[in-house]
Each structure stands twice: as structure tokens, then as C-alpha cells.
Ligand binder design. Structure first.
Ligand code: BDR
Ligand code: CA
Length: 315
């Protein structure tokens, strides 16, 4: 099993990512979930992680992360995920408590207590992960890799060039990219190829359970706020972009992704702030620091995802 810490800002696609991760517990040993401020403020991401994970019967520590990006004021994405972060879908009040340990302490202690190296999955701004590495560099040798959804080699969704998670806290990205820890970047380049069509999503409804109904409603809300971009490959009018699921899917099924080791640097200021500059052709001559994913087998991706929702629905 892969020992895992998940840092997330749920958020609709984060909810799908958590569902996917916890459906695959025979592959993942999920030791800790931490929440970051991103799609919505910390208060709400933490609450949402706890409600969703309580609802699906997960048994895991959920720790509260930092409230603000390192230097920036927090910018949220309520236009996509709704004011609550879960569109118009409500889950019962959580039974899982907020951990007594703050996220950075919980990460530190979890990693140091582990006999094997731990993998970090991060699907929001990298504030918590950067704070951990900055404050406690001694954990670095015990981190196997960081699988992050964020960044983009070509074309942003927050600005012309910056992807949301990178845009919100570019200084955190910079710190993580310079850390020397292997980083896998599932940026928009690959996540735009990892979409689910509305027809495919309908399969979920046929499962008939309350969880399936709620999932489908989350997806319908998400679909209605999606805008088509010039970077969408296929000729669908509307598709569901499952950005965050990619970061976990890669750990389960690396065989369905293609990527390249590249030198990548985050832009910290100016009009391109939050861009991740990917040196595909090694023009800089610098040593690659990030494995940049660019393609995925969409059919297998969708199949694995739908299977995961089924597993959780049947519980
Ligand atoms: C990322 O931004 C957030 O809105 C999503 O949850 C995802 O992590 C995509 O750019
Ligand atoms: Ca996210």
C-alpha cells in the first residue's frame, strides 16, 4: 500500500478526488487529510472534508491548515464551487472531528512516525506543504514524492497563463519546486484531457443510492458553471473537468499517463504571476525538477472513476 497524506480544498472536484482515493483503500494507506484554503476559505474546506468523509464512512484524521497564502490575500473560486464549496448539495453534519493538531504539525508527526517514505497528494494551493518544508526541512528525505494538481504549461484558468492553485499561492509553488523532492504536476495540460461527459456521468445516477444522487447533483452543478476553453480537445459542448482526480489517479494508474521530466519555475509577480514556466526543450539547461504530465488515456480514467463511485455507493 502507498502511505498517503492528502492536502485538499473541497471543492467539487476535490470531493471527487477524496471519493476516488477512499474507494481505493486497498492501494492507499491514507494516514491523514489536511485542508488548505483555496476554492473557499479554510473554515469551509475543513468542514466540507469532514462532512464528505463522515458521509462515506471514512475513518481518518482531518487537520486544519493555514488560513492565508504565504504572501497573497486569499482568492477563492466560489463562482465554480458555490459559496459553500459543494454547490447546492448538502451533507449531514460531520461526525469526524477537527484534529487537535494543526495541519503542518500533523503532517510533520505523521511523516516522522512512518517507517516508509510517505507520498503527499495536494489538490489545492500548496501553502500547507510549503510551510511544512520551510519549517521542517528534516522531513524531506522521508517524502517519496508530491503529486500535485496545479499549474499549466499552456494556458491558465485564473489568468491567461496561470492555473488557479498556482495563482493563489505562487510562492508556495516556488518553494515546493525548489525543494528537491520529486514533484508530479497534473496541470491543466493533462487535466483538460481527463474529462467526463454528461452522458458518462449519468451512469452514476443508475446506482440509485443517496450517495450516488448527491454525487450526481454535485456534478450537475459543476457542469453548469463549466465554460468551454480553446484548450478543450474534443467537440463536446460541456464536459466535467476532474482536475483533482488526476493527482490520485496517477498514483494508482501511472500506466495511463504520459509525461516528461522538465525544469519548471513559478512566476511570482507581474502579469504572469502564478504561471508555471515549463522548459520542455531544456532551453535553460537546468536539471529537471518536475515530472509534467501531458496526456492520459481518457477511457480508462473514466472507467476507474465510475468504478470508484460505485464502490463507495455500495458501502
Ligand atoms: C483547480 O482549481 C480548483 O478550483 C479545483 O479544485 C482544482 O484544484 C483547477 O484549476
Ligand atoms: Ca482543488
Amino acid at each position: 500500500k502507498i502511505p498517503l497524506i492528502i492536502d485538499t480544498d473541497p471543492g467539487i472536484d476535490d470531493a471527487m478526488m477524496l471519493t476516488f482515493a477512499f474507494a481505493n483503500e486497498e492501494a492507499f494507506d491514507i494516514r491523514l487529510v489536511t485542508t488548505c484554503a483555496g476554492n473557499i476559505p479554510q473554515e469551509k474546506t475543513n468542514y466540507n472534508a469532514r462532512t464528505l468523509l463522515s458521509y462515506i464512512g471514512a475513518n481518518v484524521e482531518i487537520a486544519r491548515g493555514l488560513e492565508q497564502p504565504i504572501f497573497r490575500e486569499l482568492e477563492v473560486a466560489e463562482d465554480i464551487h458555490g459559496e459553500s464549496g459543494f454547490g447546492d448539495v448538502e451533507f449531514p453534519a460531520p461526525t469526524l472531528p477537527v484534529s487537535e493538531r494543526p495541519a503542518v504539525t500533523a503532517m510533520l508527526e505523521t511523516i516522522l512516525a512512518s517507517e516508509e517514505k510517505v507520498t503527499i497528494v495536494a489538490t489545492g494551493p500548496l501553502t500547507n506543504v510549503a510551510a511544512l518544508l520551510f519549517a521542517h526541512p528534516e522531513v524531506k528525505p522521508k517524502i517519496e514524492r508530491i503529486s500535485w494538481m496545479g499549474g499549466a504549461a499552456v494556458g491558465g484558468n485564473m489568468s491567461a497563463v496561470a492555473e488557479f492553485n498556482a495563482y493563489v499561492d505562487p510562492h508556495a509553488v516556488d518553494l515546493v519546486f525548489r525543494s528537491g523532492i520529486p514533484v508530479i504536476m497534473s496541470g491543466l495540460d493533462v487535466t483538460h484531457k481527463a474529462f467526463v461527459t454528461p452522458e458518462e456521468a449519468k451512469v452514476i445516477l443508475s446506482y440509485g443510492t443517496e450517495f450516488a444522487k448527491k454525487s450526481y447533483r454535485l456534478l450537475t452543478y459543476y457542469l453548469n458553471v463549466m465554460k468551454k476553453t480553446p484548450f478543450d480537445e474534443e467537440n463536446y459542448d460541456q464536459v466535467l473537468r476532474f482536475h483533482d482526480v488526476c493527482a490520485v489517479m496517477y498514483l494508482l494508474r501511472p500506466d495511463i499517463f504520459e509525461g516528461q521530466d522538465c525544469y519548471v519555475e513559478a512566476v511570482l509577480d507581474g502579469p504572469a504571476s502564478g504561471a508555471t514556466v515549463v522548459d520542455y526543450q531544456n532551453k535553460t539547461g537546468k536539471t529537471p525538477n518536475v515530472h509534467v504530465l501531458h496526456s492520459v488515456n481518457r477511457e480508462v480514467f473514466v472507467g476507474e472513476f465510475i468504478k470508484a463511485v460505485r464502490i463507495v455507493s455500495d458501502r
